[in-house]
Design a protein around this ligand. Structure first.
Ligand SMILES: [Fe+2]
Ligand SMILES: [Fe+2]
Length: 473
């Protein structure tokens, strides 16, 4: 498998697309539909060149090339990580057998479903972020937004390639449907809830890239373990691109907290709204919201589907190969806290195999806590007493065993009336959202930055912050 990407082809790729004329024609038929979708549902702001990275190889070193690109001319393509000819299945009932290069008939429907669900999230986030370019706090941020957008577009290509190449007519129909469904559409919404929420302001964008893209990282991590080798290799390369999205989220929230801390110290008050900053309690409410809608993406705590996918080898655990157990999970159990109607908590013992969603969610939560730690360090260094925290896992949940219960951020089960009267303290209110939106004015002058966020400590690809990342005229 060539590591070098063929950019002379109409669809850049490293899968020898030119050798399969039928597949090539089918994908070339989908390409203009994708470009139409991008034109309609992609970024609203018109630009004349954005300093973007494009994949030039899939190898570890130097895979990215940076240059100003006219966004609609971005070379979206199909890039799979290098094939390991000796790769064997690491878990489940096929453990030890060679990884599959084709889809086994018995798993066709399940694999297609997994690919469609993953594929559906990728264009959804582009749709959610469509308007953000109109209010970017700096050219640097504007560039990062477009980078995330074009790569989510490429992730759609990654899933569409698998659907076209391995799932026949049904796969091609699913590829069409990925462009037909739209985020927030009343008639044909995106499959998962978090991808139908608005990303209405830049604090929401940083939170989305921190919490919701991070869910993507963990989902891709489980698919990277898949016995279906083309899926595994696709996800491996997507994870490289995904790392930048999380960088945008982590450092974006860092910069908001840094700016708020500066304003608090400068004016000796937590009430920094009138000074053009975002108050810490509003940031906490955004954390509460974006974290909990992202937790919903992990599905029910116990799941026979997840167990079946695991046993079949379709979807592994996070870092499956590094785990020191039998990779079968037929015995062993884990504990699960569940809320009761009478306001108490009880603990259930469940089979490990049935609790795989819980396992993945646990890895994700630990990772999310690293962000909370670093944002609290910024506050500690500024000698401000306020501390951020992740809310209880049962707070504000619509999916799984907490759904239908009213649970406070500290894990107390309350009745609906108590919840309704207190939720304005925990989740962004209409006023909070309107206030944050009122701060969102575009700052498109080189080297300038909006009032509510600190500049980044480093530019992109060793360029300075005042580099002309985006040509607007
Ligand atoms: Fe993605
Ligand atoms: Fe992403």
């Amino acid at each position: 498998m060539p590591e070098k990407i063929d950019y002379d082809a109409k669809i850049p790729n490293n899968v020898n697309l030119g050798d399969d004329r039928r597949l090539q024609r089918a994908l070339e038929g989908w390409q203009p539909k994708f470009l139409n979708w991008w034109g309609e549902m992609g970024p609203t702001l018109e630009t004349h060149g954005v300093y973007l990275r494009t994949a030039v190889s899939v190898g570890r070193e130097g895979w990215a090339h940076f240059d100003h690109v006219n966004v609609p001319d971005y070379r979206w393509g199909i890039f799979l990580a290098e094939r390991d000819a000796d790769r064997r299945i690491a878990f489940g009932e096929h453990q030890g057998e060679p990884a599959w290069q084709q889809v086994p008939g018995e798993y066709r429907a399940d694999l297609q479903r997994l690919i469609v669900i993953q594929g559906d999230t990728e264009p959804a986030s582009v749709e959610q972020q469509k308007l953000l370019g109109l209010t970017a706090p700096s050219l640097y941020d504007l560039r990062n937004l477009f980078q995330v957008n074009v790569e989510e577009g490429r992730h759609l290509w990654a899933m569409v390639y698998l659907l076209h190449a391995y799932f026949g007519r049904e796969g091609r129909e699913e590829a069409e449907a990925l462009l037909y469904r739209n985020s927030g559409s009343p008639d044909a919404p995106r499959i998962l809830g978090a991808f139908n929420e608005e990303t209405a302001d830049w604090l929401a964008f940083y939170m989305f890239t921190y919490f919701t893209d991070r869910d993507g990282k963990y989902q891709l991590g489980t698919l990277k373990e898949s016995a279906f080798d083309p899926l595994s290799r696709t996800c491996e390369f997507m994870l490289k691109e995904e790392a930048h999205h999380m960088f945008v989220g982590t450092t974006g929230v860092d910069r908001v907290v840094t700016r708020s801390a500066d304003l608090i110290r400068e004016h000796d008050t937590l009430d920094i709204g009138p000074r053009g900053g975002i108050p810490l309690d509003v940031i906490q409410k955004y954390i509460n919201f974006h974290y909990t809608v992202s937790l919903d993406l992990f599905g029910s705590e116990t799941s026979t589907n997840a167990a079946n996918y695991y046993t079949a080898g379709l979807k592994g655990r996070w870092q499956e190969t590094r785990r020191k157990d039998d990779h079968q999970l037929t015995d062993g159990s884990t504990f699960l806290d569940k809320p009761n109607e009478d306001g108490t908590w009880s603990t259930d013992e469940v089979q490990t195999l049935l609790a795989l969603n819980l396992d993945l969610r646990g890895e994700y939560i630990a990772d999310c806590n690293s962000g909370i730690k670093r944002w609290n360090r910024i506050l500690a260094d500024a000698e401000i007493d306020f501390r951020f925290a992740l809310p209880h896992v049962g707070f504000n949940r619509q999916v799984g065993l907490h759904a239908g219960h009213h649970i406070t951020p500290d894990g107390t089960i309350v009745d609906q009336a108590t919840w309704e009267s207190a939720k304005h303290r925990w989740l962004p209110t209409t006023e909070d959202l309107a206030f944050v939106r009122s701060l969102m004015h575009p700052v498109y002058e080189r080297g300038k930055i909006a009032s509510w966020v600190a500049p980044p400590t480093h530019g992109i690809n060793q360029k300075p912050f005042d580099y002309e990342y985006v040509y607007l005229t």
